[in-house]
Write a protein that binds this ligand. Sequence first.
Ligand SMILES: Nc1ncnc2c1ncn2[C@@H]1O[C@H](COP(=O)(O)OP(=O)(O)O)[C@@H](O)[C@H]1O
Ligand SMILES: [Mg+2]
Length: 261
Amino acid sequence: MSDASQLPPPVLAVDNLRVAYGARVAVGGVSFRIDRGEIFGLLGPNGAGKTSTLSAIEGLVKPKSGRSLIDGIDTVQHPLEAKARLGVQLQSSSFQAELSIEQIAKLYAGLYGVHLSREQIDASMRTIGLDAELGKRFKQLSGGQQQRMALYIATIHEPLLLLLDEPTAGLDPQSRRALWQRIEQARGAGRSILLTTHSMEEAQAVCDRVAIIDHGALLTTGTPAELIEKHKDDPRVLEVAHGPVTLEDVFIGLTGSEIRD
Ligand SMILES: Nc1ncnc2c1ncn2[C@@H]1O[C@H](COP(=O)(O)OP(=O)(O)O)[C@@H](O)[C@H]1O
Ligand SMILES: [Mg+2]
């Protein structure tokens, strides 16, 4: 059984993906792979092309060229089969404003074709610490509660791959830790996760591997420790380091000190 064709395909294979809005190239041909049970972080400053990369994988924008395969399934040629394996948390989540948390859970379960009993919803809401908020509307929740709810909704149909766009942006440290724990639990349940962040701390705390992206191109890929080892003698990195080289030094060294708004 050493034949390579017997191996399962990677959970996500992105090959030379290009995204453009009119003449503006947002993603200029990126390639990477995510294996089973892996948390992969796409790190990049504002405007680097993170959301555009995710949008192309999700089928929200049509790539100009290249392709992405989820569990070996081409997302453009077989969008329904690919999406059935995908759970998505967009950069800013908003659900139907007038519905309660419980109604939202039921609505999305129904959309995914999953039956959830009252007991199952209660148990899930207890797990994510929202059992006291069942009657509240989404917009009445705190930022951390909203992100936990959005992550729960993204996993209702037990997808193989989760795409989380800046899942912890704007959260306080306690909420951020709670969400990291939820993301690690999702990995423990056999899912793979692609998340975007500009937090080096987050990349080091939860990501098995990361890629640094800027101006629509991947600059480097590896474990956080590998990236430090690989780039610690780069003069651009040494110039910005204060003492032993950190992942943030590598990030700033490779993407430059210019401020992006
Ligand atoms: N709908 C759009 N129309 C035109 N340009 C866009 C659109 N969305 C993003 N862009 C541009 O594409 C580039 C990448 O954006 P984005 O993927 O949102 O980056 P990130 O998520 O890393 O901040 C930026 O220059 C941004 O201004
Ligand atoms: Mg973005």
